[in-house]
Design a protein around this ligand. Structure first.
Ligand SMILES: [Zn+2]
Ligand SMILES: [Zn+2]
Length: 108
């Protein structure tokens, strides 16, 4: 059994902090939860830490991602729909023009 370096509770699967090298339980494994000596590097690079999305990082990224998707979708609709209608109008005019020429040619 390994004891958590922070709270002293025994844990079967200790987490090793990548910033200070200590062994901690699930509750203390995040640098802010064990007064990590390497918390400066953790603050500079919050993303690469394994399992960060497990707690507060996940909530932030999930909401941010959803908002980003909504923004991208709205942008695509704003730009794509007029472009599509213009393309359809041009194609329609070309087809009508060709059909008119064909009919005129046959008649002549
Ligand atoms: Zn602990
Ligand atoms: Zn640490």
């Amino acid at each position: 059994m390994t004891r958590c370096d922070n709270c002293g509770s025994e844990t079967t699967l200790p987490f090793t902090c990548q910033h200070c090298g200590g062994m901690f339980c699930a509750d203390c494994r995040l640098p802010p939860n064990h007064n990590c000596t390497g918390i400066v590097s953790w603050n500079q690079k919050p993303r690469p830490a394994v399992g960060m999305s497990y707690s507060r990082g996940g909530g932030v990224s999930v909401t941010g991602g959803a908002a980003g998707e909504l923004r991208q979708k709205s942008r695509k609709k704003e730009t794509a729909i007029p472009y599509l209608w213009i393309m359809l109008a041009i194609i329609g005019l070309v087809i009508l023009g060709l059909a008119g020429l064909m009919l005129a040619g046959f008649r002549l």
